[in-house]
Design a protein around this ligand. Structure first.
Ligand SMILES: O=C(O)CCC(=O)C(=O)O
Ligand SMILES: [Mn+2]
Length: 197
């Protein structure tokens, strides 16, 4: 299937369902599940501490504040270095940070948010590689409660979000009661260290 773009106002999204072959996606999934030192940080929400409802790992060249938590980066592994190169070629941009989210089952999720931290710059380009169980990715305009668009992120797919998308839109991975095999999502980001405080 050729890459898709979506006709959403003030959003710039490209989705390639077949970014890598199923065989390669299977290999990456198996190795990353086994090799990654997963963490489940606790975040403060409305004055109470909760574990985030998924596991994660932060790789890269600089610290990154995300969901109110500063993540010390792990060093790039040879496998993640190779994957980064492939993603950089497709996205046409270099990346110096990678957040891997591990959704163990349908109860693991990520709430509504935009990737709009200052250190990502005004028009961040974010490349998101999905491996494992397909999950629904919802988008809504900031200020709206209504889902404006949903797409299913398939095993081996790449979603690239750019332009003013993070400025105008939020996204989420909602919990689901449907049985759902483990899923990894790798979001590659370019952190501008000079913009950091
Ligand atoms: O799991 C996904 O597809 C989305 C992850 C995400 O939005 C993020 O890491 O900021
Ligand atoms: Mn995000």
């Amino acid at each position: 299937m050729p890459a898709l773009t979506f006709d959403l106002p003030d959003a710039d999204l490209h989705y390639d369902a077949d970014f890598v072959s199923i065989a390669e996606a299977d290999r990456w999934l198996e190795r990353l599940l086994a090799e990654t030192p997963w963490e489940q940080p606790r975040v403060r929400l409305y004055g109470r501490e909760h574990p985030v409802p998924r596991l994660l790992a932060w790789y890269g060249d600089v610290d990154y504040r995300y969901s109110g938590v500063t993540h010390r980066p792990l060093p790039w592994t040879p496998l993640l270095g190779d994957i980064r190169e492939r993603v950089e070629r497709a996205a046409g941009q270099r990346f110096n940070g990678l957040l891997i989210n591990h959704y163990r089952d349908g109860q693991d999720a990520m709430g509504w948010h935009s990737d709009d931290e200052t250190e990502l710059g005004p028009e961040p380009l974010i490349a998101s590689l999905s491996l494992g169980g397909a999950r629904r990715f919802d988008l809504r305009r900031k200020g709206s409660q209504r889902i404006g668009h949903s797409l299913t992120l398939a095993h081996g797919s790449l979603l690239v979000m750019g332009g003013r998308t993070q400025h105008h839109w939020q996204h989420q991975i909602a919990r689901t009661r449907k049985p759902c095999p483990p899923r990894l999502n790798l979001t590659f980001r370019l952190i501008h260290p000079r913009a950091r405080t």
